[in-house]
Design a protein around this ligand. Structure first.
Ligand code: BF8
Ligand code: SF4
Length: 625
């Protein structure tokens, strides 16, 4: 094994890391190494720079200071820092949701040319959930009112956000009893920032409870709105085949890669790439056509809805530029390493930033808004075509592999014949032991894709159905788990059920905001059994997480009753009180807790054990693990 092979389990990853080394271009792994040793105080959550009496840090060994200048102790500092991580993650997801609501409103008011409402049925269904009457009203009226009602979810006027009503009654009652039912999406984030200001909430338990409420405002609020409105505007995903890995790039085509999260930009780029005039232009430049590919979550959005090929996940974003085949990378926001501009400058790739709120040195900024997005998309894609002739040497190291995406809850229920009952029957019969959500990022601290792929493999071979999102979903697609033939990796029961339904044992649920699809499915299963989510044989994991958004996701999963195993340790080890509460105490509060286990082999055992415990609780057959 060479040192490249220690960084990634994927062939394309390994070969492109080697290529970047030969080209003497720095990678995320080099920069990670240059940061060693990383600050131990920060790793434990024990440093505070909330105010300018500080920065302060607490000595975990009891030899140095035990409190900051203001008197905050380790518990307060750790809880405050974690709360702020949740707030940032919830803000990112929810702001993305808000951008979609603005497009919905723009479509209704006829000032978003190129966008349309592609799923009328979903518009009607979601409008009804908001108490909006649809009888005898036209689409524009319904969409305007729905956008207005969703905007109220972001504000201060309400006692409860609308879509929290999708949670099982028992869960909603629990949130009300604990006073963590989210009232408004922005309100909870803003309150988190207020509470964590110096001299406000100095009770670590109260801070963490608010962190849960803030995370719930993301999961059942901002992210849920993002997913629902994306479905309304761009269509609810259906199982669609698509190719994956760096081999999706084509030497003889103009390659355009979209990176980021919000389909508002990438959907317009897709429309431009399909335009016959632009394709003709590409042909006059000697290309065979235009090949649009995605990375990360905006890639997942296109992959789910249109079968657009997926070039890779978070740690592949630099590497694919080193192929020399990416004529343009168009970014919106989130998870876009600023290093990409520098990498692109070493090859011929043109980098385009599109969002007013996400600018990067070294990228050309072409600002997209709902009213000009179509026009801007055409403009930038023409630029990509122009750049084709600037190509140098091209190195596309692998062949792409097959995959299937597009498992929305609607598609899963459809595959089951219209109701969750057959899935519940398979669980009751023990053919499927339970289900696991594998989500989240890549992180150079963990061998690229090793956590996701190992964990998934162990779960499916033990008859646990896996649903996945985000970069985890891309890892599993690249590993070949998302074709019907992948049932050969599954245990006998899962193999039988998936085989008869014609679905893979690992279902691609979408981007990170689409984690809410897992919540919706879990709620549907709990409601069908007349129970709560925390009683179901479910578990979640984020084996390679890195981002603040992942902290918010983990917190809303746990607060919704889903036991969640984290790979990398969050910065909480400096407070044993916080660690105890998050990994044990929360069981008695919300019926689920976190575990931390970097070894995916062991994480699989923890998750299976949890699933078997829950089976026992439901009176089903259960194994001792
Ligand atoms: O929202 S999984 S690295 S791309 S944060 Fe980012 Fe993590 Fe990937 Fe998507 Ni989610
Ligand atoms: Fe230090 Fe307290 Fe200020 Fe934090 S809030 S930097 S602990 S004085």
């Amino acid at each position: 094994m060479t040192h490249h092979d220690k960084k990634s389990i994927t062939k394309d990853g390994q070969l492109l890391i080697r290529k970047m080394e030969t080209d003497q271009v720095e990678t995320v792994w080099d920069r990670h190494e240059a940061q060693q040793p990383q600050c131990g105080f920060c790793e434990m959550g024990l440093s505070c720079r909330i105010c300018v009496m500080g920065p302060c840090r607490i000595d975990p060994f009891g030899e140095g200071p035990s409190q900051g200048v203001c008197g905050a102790d380790g518990d307060i500092i750790v809880a405050r820092n974690l709360c702020r991580m949740i707030a940032a993650g919830a803000a990112a997801h929810s702001d993305h949701g808000r951008d979609l609501v603005e497009v919905l409103e723009g479509v209704a008011e006829n000032r978003a040319p190129g966008y349309e409402i592609r799923d009328q049925e979903k518009l009607g269904k979601v409008a009804a959930e908001y108490g909006i009457s649809t009888e005898g009203r036209n689409t524009a009226e319904i969409a305007t009112e729905l956008a207005g009602a969703m905007k109220e979810d972001f504000g201060t006027a309400k006692k409860e956000i609308a879509l929290a009503s999708r949670a099982p009654e028992k869960r909603q009652d629990l949130w009300r009893r604990l006073n963590i039912m989210p009232r408004g999406i922005d309100r909870e984030t803003s309150e988190a920032m207020h509470r964590t200001h110096m001299g406000v909430d100095n009770d670590w338990q109260s801070l963490l409870l608010h962190g849960l409420r803030n995370a719930l405002s993301d999961g059942w609020g901002g992210s849920m709105i993002a997913t629902e409105v994306s479905d309304i505007l761009f269509g609810t995903p259906k199982p669609t085949p698509a190719k994956v890995n760096a081999g999706v790039l084509k030497e003889d085509h103009v390659n355009v890669v979209v990176h980021g999260h919000n389909p508002v930009v990438s959907e317009m780029v897709l429309a431009a790439c399909n335009d016959p005039g632009i394709i003709k232009m590409a042909e006059t430049k000697g290309a065979k056509g235009i090949n649009l590919c995605g990375v990360c979550c905006t890639g997942n959005e296109l992959f789910m809805r249109h079968g657009i090929p997926m070039a890779g996940n978070h740690l592949m974003t630099e590497l694919i530029i080193a192929t020399g085949a990416v004529d343009m990378m168009i970014v919106d926001y989130q998870c876009i390493m600023p290093a990409l501009s520098k990498v692109a400058a070493c090859y011929h790739t043109k980098m385009i930033s599109t969002s007013d709120k996400a600018r990067f040195a070294g990228m050309e900024h072409v600002e997209f808004h709902p009213d000009n997005a179509r026009e801007k998309a055409y403009e930038v894609v023409k630029g990509a075509v122009e750049n084709f002739s600037n190509r140098g040497e091209v190195y596309i190291p692998v062949e792409p592999i097959d995959s299937v995406g597009g498992f929305s809850v609607e598609a899963v229920i459809g595959a089951l014949g219209g109701s969750p009952e057959p899935l519940l029957d398979a669980i009751k019969a023990g053919k499927i032991r339970g289900a696991a959500g594998i989500v989240g990022c890549n992180n150079p601290k963990i061998k690229h894709d090793y956590g996701h792929v190992t964990l998934t493999k162990r779960l499916i071979e033990n008859d646990v159905l896996v649903v996945d999102t985000g970069c985890a979903a891309i890892a599993n697609a690249k590993a070949g788990f998302k074709i019907s033939g992948a049932i050969s990796h599954a245990g006998p029961g899962l193999k039988e059920v998936c085989g008869s339904l014609g679905i893979p044992p690992v279902l691609h649920f979408g981007s990170c905001v689409d984690n809410v699809r897992i919540l919706v499915l879990a709620a549907a299963l709990a409601n069908a059994l007349g129970t709560d989510i925390s009683d179901l044989p479910l578990a979640g994991a984020a084996p390679e997480w890195y981002s603040e958004k992942a902290v918010s996701i983990g917190a809303y999963a746990v607060a919704s009753g889903i036991y969640t195993v984290l790979g990398p340790m969050p910065p909480i080890a400096g407070s044993m009180n916080v660690v105890e509460l998050l990994t044990k105490g929360l069981e008695d509060v919300v019926g689920a807790a976190f575990a931390v286990e970097p070894d995916p082999e062991k994480a699989a055992v923890l998750m299976r054990r949890r699933i078997e415990e829950k089976r026992r609780g439901l009176g089903l057959d259960a194994a001792d693990l």
